[in-house]
Design a protein around this ligand. Structure first.
Ligand code: CP3
Length: 335
């Protein structure tokens, strides 16, 4: 079994595996080059040969412990009959959410629409060193709702769009829960070793709604993964001190912390769980010495923990790939 899987399942506490969110992306010249020739992002996700190639790009450069399949969290609403547009600037949007076609989604057609994603996982697993993990992922229901309802405006939640919609939201969440589980199991069957659940916008939920919109939906997916024997990492970004309740209630195998979380606080408060990530990706844009110093700080704090090195969010497009190489070397030297 791979190092990350051993770390996640508590079989090995001595290692610090490393991978990065958005390790396949615009900071890599080879990604930009391929992307230039393929303007339609969705088509890229749905081309198993190109998705495999992109997934492996960072592994050809760096000695990482895991690949994360090149796809997107919005592929699931796409397969649930929604029209998704990936804009060059401003991020992706769902064009006029259609609840009828969404609720009427058919399981067979869903799998058919995503067959290239599963094929990409199969092809990647075949090419990937057997000691390395292949991570697949889903977006949590709340984070997907943000896009379905177009809830974000200038980084803020447009609360008005949620008013009086509790029943509709419950219906949408139920359907998402069902189809996210289909997507999880199909990714596992194709060869994925780990699932990461991205709740990137969890920080926008008001406290009294956390249980309904964050903890319960994540818990349902985590329990499903555990029942199926799939190690699971949760990333409820922006939860601040509520990370503690999240861990106590949801109980994933591993918790990915964001860069607002003080790592000392995490070590003290997030108990009996593998911790992942934390370092601010913006620090990778500053001078190298400062960035490597911060890597050291995380390694020191978590030296007696089960810890996976990663950042507090994805690698930024302006990041120098050479610095990623040095960070990986530093982590290897640490042992
Ligand atoms: O390397 C990896 O991490 C795997 C690939 C991956 C992508 N999206 C590819 C991508 C993963 C894990 C995601 C998940 C995802 N997608 C999330 C959760 C993680 C997070 O960042 O919080 C979210 C919220 C999305 C939705 C999404 N997709 C946004 C907001 C954007 C635009 C932001 C941006 O960086 O441009 C995307 C597009 C996207 N998904 C890109 C990539 C590499 C950039 C597209 C491009 O090349 O133009």
């Amino acid at each position: 079994m791979s190092k990350i899987n051993n770390c996640l399942t508590g079989l090995d506490n001595s290692c610090i595996p490393v991978w990065f969110m958005r390790q396949a992306g615009r900071y890599l010249p080879e990604f930009r080059d391929l992307r230039q020739r393929n303007q339609d992002f969705l088509k890229l996700c749905l081309n198993s040969d190109l998705a495999t190639e992109i997934t492996l790009q960072p592994l050809n450069r760096f000695n990482l412990d895991a690949a994360i399949i090149f796809s997107d969290i919005l592929i699931v609403p796409y397969a649930m009959n929604q029209q998704i547009e990936f804009r060059r600037y401003g991020g992706p949007i769902v064009k006029e959410f259609n609840i009828n076609s969404f609720l009427k989604v058919n399981k067979k057609e869903f799998y058919k629409k995503l067959e290239q994603v599963y094929l990409a996982i199969k092809k990647t697993r075949k090419k990937l060193d057997k000691h390395k993990s292949l991570i697949a992922f889903v977006g949590a229901p709340w984070t997907l709702l943000i896009y379905l309802f177009n809830l974000k405006k200038d980084g803020q939640l447009n609360e008005k769009l949620l008013e009086g919609k509790e029943d509709e939201i419950q219906k949408i969440f139920l359907k998402l829960d069902e189809f996210l589980k289909h997507h999880i199991i199909a990714q596992k069957d194709a060869g994925a070793d780990i699932i990461q659940i991205f709740d990137s916008w969890a920080g926008l939920i008001e406290k009294k709604k956390l249980e309904n919109y964050c903890y319960n939906p994540n818990k349902s997916l985590v329990e499903f993964c555990k029942k199926k024997g799939i190690p699971v990492i949760c990333f409820p970004k922006g939860l601040k001190e509520n990370y503690k309740s999240f861990v106590d209630i949801v109980k994933p195998n591993c918790i990915s912390i964001d860069h607002e979380i003080d790592p000392e606080w995490a070590k003290k408060n997030l108990k009996n769980i593998c911790i992942q990530g934390g370092m601010d990706p913006h620090l990778l844009l500053k001078d190298e010495k400062e960035a490597l110093g911060e890597v050291d700080r995380y390694l020191n704090i978590f030296k007696n923990n089960s810890y996976i090195f990663n950042l507090g969010h994805g690698i930024l497009p302006q990041t120098n790939p050479d610095l990623i190489k040095r960070i990986v070397s530093k982590i290897r030297e640490n042992k």
